[in-house]
Design a protein. Structure first.
Length: 657
């Protein structure tokens, strides 16, 4: 079994960058900031030369008899030094050669001035004038950023030249010779020491900067690894839901702004639950990884990308030019998986290998185009593929009654759903994290065809809303909840999802009051979940209806908070009894950023006062995390799966803490 991409990222997180050895650091120090050192040395020599030439005026004052010769020497040395410097700069040599050239120039400049100066007859003037020679020594040690040994060599050469001049010009036993020798030696020692300290300090600054750079690199790489992990499915190494949503947004913006069409293709492994049950979860994981890699190899040559969209569902995004290209890519995906021939003897449809159903949608111009629409259309096409026996590919066709938004067969089915007992309710328990009791539940509607096949709520609810059948179904659902669960005391409180259409319908609150009176149920045992979605607007009719419902004692819950559909304005305008935080935030708590995000949302809601319920609990770790955050209620498959009222255990179970 291949290691997952997340494993590779985890390995990156554990490793640190290698630190260079001391000798390597010295080499890095010499090579550091080459351009900056070269520029500084060049600028320094130019300034030194100009100052050197300016001192020609002093020659005429102190040693006028040889001033012409001294000034000429200054000019010659200056010209040669600058010419050599600029030649080396043009040749783009290393900075150390510019340093050496400047050091030689300093020594030659001192000797070039000293030789003609020693021939003057103004001995007394020269005896005082020679003190300025110490400036050359200081320049070698302090003015330039020479390495220590180079500054010692250059300033030592200047000191040697001075001592030699004393033998030539002054008696060696004179007080002057002793005093000036002592002065020059002191300058040599002092400036050399200062140069050494400066070099040590520069090296320490380099070490600190280098260490800071290493730490920044480590932090950057670690951050990149964490970012990859937060956008990577832990099992298959594909993009996860978050990364897919980001990529989908990028594709959508390109289509809206540039007209670059793309396809969204949903791929579902057929009968995967049976595969998991028959072969075990380890083999099930291996199957998903194999299918993921196979699809990736099929779509990447065509510029497509694949992500994991759910348990056994994948999504492919690809730029295409026509519906025919979409159909060809969808069929390629289906055929590639089928060609694997991976055994699946647990299925009972006459096929004994792993296959996939594929539903695709292509960007098209239509009124009210929204990003979520293309995914919805791909999901409709996927449903059609499953309805046609699986192991097939379908592309959404707005003119096809089997996949169109106004599917006539589903709309007709909904009209007879209540009378033909095709619609039913199941109840998913909610756990009180403070007591561990399960005395509340959420009611969920289910619909079957005449042949007994299940139809997804994401499929029939939108059609019911568009056709207005949701009003009849909604009343039936509330009446059924009151009779099945509340009247029989199988739950203290049951929540029911209500549609925006219901809230905007005049007399809705009165009809609910009639149901409560008919069934003898107190309003405070019923909760309505509302979702501020694309079709929901905050206006006076909705707010008035919610106010009337609360007068009946009915609890108002805000569903799917944090997904982008529920806005902060709802928290400001409506006094919710409970806020349900979307499952996506709980599923991100494996990362520090995800845990902090969930904590921030919890704090925001808690400050408004309502109870907090978190959806999607699938493990003990997630449940414990909610307990640690003092969440009020939890919901999810780990707490309890949806079940009919006759088999519901709501009201009797207490989770162990």
């Amino acid at each position: 079994m291949k290691h997952t991409f997340a494993d590779a990222i985890e390995t990156d997180l554990q490793k640190s960058l290698e630190r260079p050895t001391s000798s390597e650091l010295r080499g890095l120090y010499r090579e550091a900031d080459e351009q900056g050192r070269a520029t500084a040395t060049r600028k320094g020599l130019w300034i030194a030369v100009l100052s050197y030439l300016a001192y020609s005026a002093t020659d005429f004052l102190m040693i006028p008899d040889v001033a012409i010769q001294a000034a000429g020497a200054r000019l010659i040395v200056s010209f040669l030094a600058l010419a050599a410097l600029e030649l080396l700069v043009a040749l783009k040599v290393k900075a150390r050669w510019l340093d050496r050239t400047s050091a030689v120039a300093l020594v030659v400049a001192y000797v070039g001035w000293l030789v003609p100066a020693l021939h003057t007859t103004h001995a007394e003037s020269l005896s005082y004038y020679m003190i300025f020679g110490a400036i050359f020594m200081m320049g070698a040690n302090l003015f330039f950023n020479f390495p220590f040994m180079l500054s010692i060599a250059s300033s030592g050469a200047i000191l040697f030249a001075f001592l030699a001049s004393l033998l030539f010009f002054f008696p060696p036993d004179s007080a002057y010779a002793f005093g000036f020798t002592t002065f020059y030696l002191s300058c040599f020692v002092f400036t050399s020491y200062v140069n050494w300290k400066l070099n040590v300090e520069r090296y320490h600054v380099f070490l600190n900067a280098h260490e800071a750079k290493l730490r920044q690199t480590e932090a950057t790489e670690r951050g990149a690894a964490l970012l990859r992990m937060s956008n990577t499915d832990y099992l298959t190494g594909l993009d996860n839901r978050r990364a897919v949503d980001q990529r989908l947004r990028t594709y959508w913006n390109a289509w809206q702004g540039e007209g670059r069409g793309f396809a969204a293709i949903l791929v579902d492994v057929d009968f995967f639950k049976k595969y998991n049950d028959g072969y075990g979860h380890i083999q099930g994981d291996h199957c998903l990884i194999t299918v993921a890699n196979t699809i990736r190899e099929a779509v990447e040559p065509q510029g497509g990308s694949i992500g994991r969209y759910g348990g056994e569902e994948f999504i492919v995004l690809a730029r295409v030019d026509s519906r025919a290209d979409v159909a060809a890519l969808a069929e390629k995906i289906r055929f590639t998986v089928e060609a694997l021939g991976a055994p699946h003897i647990e299925r009972r449809d006459g096929t004994a290998i792993v296959t996939v159903s594929v539903g695709a949608a292509f960007t098209r111009d239509h009124i009210g185009a929204k990003l979520e629409k293309i995914i919805h259309e791909a999901d409709r096409a996927l449903y059609s593929a499953k309805a046609h026996g699986r192991n097939c590919a379908r592309v959404f066709d707005p003119n096809d009654p089997h996949t169109s938004d106004e599917s006539e067969n589903i709309a007709a089915l909904l009209k007879i759903a209540v009378t033909q007992n095709l619609v039913s309710m199941v109840y998913q328990p909610l756990v009180d994290l403070k007591t561990g009791s399960q005395d509340a539940a959420e009611a969920l509607m289910r619909l079957k065809t005449l042949d007994g096949d299940n139809i997804s709520p994401t499929l029939f609810i939108p059609i019911a809303e568009r056709t207005g059948i949701i009003l009849e179904l909604g009343k039936w659902a509330i009446r059924t909840v009151c009779r099945e669960m509340l009247a029989t005391n199988q739950a203290d409180v049951v929540s029911v999802n209500v549609s925006p259409i219901q809230l905007r319908t005049p007399g809705f609150a009165a009809s609910i009051a009639a149901v409560l009176g008919e069934t003898g149920i107190s309003g405070n045992r019923l909760a309505f979940e509302i979702t501020e979605g694309l079709d929901m607007e905050i206006h006076s009719d909705v707010l008035r209806c919610i106010s009337d419902l609360k007068m009946l004692g009915i609890r108002i819950w805000l569903d799917d908070f944090g997904t982008g559909f529920a806005g902060l304005s709802w928290l400001r305008l409506i006094d919710f009894d409970t806020v349900k935080i979307d499952r996506s935030f709980l599923h991100d708590i494996d990362t520090e950023r995800g845990r902090l995000m969930l904590g921030d949302i919890v704090d925001l809601v808690r400050h408004r006062g309502p109870n907090i319920l978190v959806e999607g609990v699938e493990s003990e770790e997630q449940l414990q995390c909610l307990r640690d955050m003092n969440i009020d209620f939890a919901q999810g498959y780990y707490v309890g799966r949806p079940a009919p009222a006759v088999r519901s255990t709501v009201g009797s179970r207490v989770l162990s803490r």
